[in-house]
Design a protein around this ligand. Structure first.
Ligand code: SF4
Length: 94
């Protein structure tokens, strides 16, 4: 599963760039790499800056199957959020 930094290097299929010709004659929208002379870069994933981003889960180091803590103690959770890795929730869980 990619880190957030790695995800930011990938292409987002939902992103759109507005293209305006130099002479202002036309405007367009695209979601693919555009010629550098138009001053655009590839539309990249925003990772945690996007509402669709989901953090991965990892094993909770404080979890012990032989212990039960009271209330909502986080030590009862076998898995916790892994704030180093994640994925695009719109594309499904990898
Ligand atoms: S999380 Fe998904 S929808 Fe959001 S920017 Fe990244 S690839 Fe695009």
């Amino acid at each position: 599963m990619p880190t957030e930094a790695e995800a930011r290097e990938t292409w987002c299929p939902f992103a759109r760039q507005i293209i305006l010709s130099r002479d202002g004659d036309w405007v367009g929208a695209a979601n693919r790499a555009l010629p550098q002379e138009l001053g655009n870069s590839d539309p990249r994933c925003l990772a945690s800056g996007c509402a669709a981003w989901r953090w991965a889960n990892k094993r909770n180091p404080d979890y012990d199957e032989n212990l039960q803590w009271s209330g909502d103690d986080p030590r009862n959770d076998m898995y916790i959020e892994d704030r180093e890795h994640g994925y695009c929730g719109l594309a499904g869980k990898p």
